[in-house]
Design a protein around this ligand. Structure first.
Ligand code: BG6
Ligand code: MG
Length: 220
């Protein structure tokens, strides 16, 4: 495929792709799990990548066999978010993951649109903090969607806003569920991180500095 002709947009996930916030989500959930007496490991946390705050909480409560009212769940989700925001309060440009700026610059150089497709309701605040807000043509986040990954809604909305077909977009994701969402929507995907988890991705990179946008020449 002539990717420079066919690919019109890259849709970036936020946490774990653009910025190293995934660890802080994990730490905040871990703190909450400890306060509830629930064992919660880093491998349990893989299941939370890409899903919403409330779904994450349900997963943890399920692990501990704890049932509670919706009202109590809302309070716990709010306290996790409070803790998370405290952990990321000093977030700045230095937290942008290696290679990301180069990819954004190359998109601009090749006339490829830049979109965000994130489950996070904190996405806009984070993009402000790391000073990348202006680089995005479209931002779709947890405040715009009703279904979470592996549903492709977040990516479909981004493509729709740009009047593009999924086949003209490449999703960049660090989570298994995000790659599944890309597949479910007929998008090409680049999996960033552990290949044994992201084996479904069209292309795999250990991190975004491992290669640059020219890796898209691998697309068939
Ligand atoms: C995703 C993260 O990007 O956003 C998940 O991978 C997180 O771990 C989800 O739970 C929702 O984030 P927030 O910021 O709305 O709680
Ligand atoms: Mg992610």
């Amino acid at each position: 495929m002539d990717w420079k002709k066919n690919i019109k947009c890259l849709i970036f996930d936020l946490d774990g792709v653009i910025v190293d916030t995934a660890i802080y989500h994990y730490l905040a959930w871990k703190n909450l799990a400890i306060s509830l007496g629930i064992d919660f490991s880093e491998s349990d946390n893989e299941n939370l990548k890409g899903i919403s705050r409330m779904e994450s909480l349900d997963f943890i409560l399920n692990l501990g066999g704890i049932a509670m009212s919706h009202e109590d769940k809302l309070k716990l989700a709010a306290s996790k978010n409070f803790n998370y925001l405290e952990l990321i309060k000093d977030l700045n440009e230095s937290n942008i993951l290696p290679g990301v700026i180069n990819w954004l610059n190359q998109c601009e150089q090749y006339g490829i649109k830049i979109a965000l497709g994130s489950a996070s309701k904190n996405a806009r605040g984070i993009l402000e903090a790391i000073k990348l807000m202006d680089r995005f043509h479209v931002i779709i986040d947890g405040t715009n969607t009703s279904k979470t990954k592996p549903d492709p809604e977040v990516f479909l909305l981004a493509a729709e806003k740009l009047n593009l077909k999924p086949q003209e977009c490449v999703v960049i994701e660090d989570s298994f569920k995000g790659i599944e969402a890309a597949q479910n929507g007929n998008f090409y995907s680049i999996g960033i991180g552990d290949k044994s988890i992201l084996y479904n991705a069209t292309i795999h990179l250990a991190d975004m500095s491992e290669n640059d946008i020219n890796i898209l020449s691998k697309l068939k």
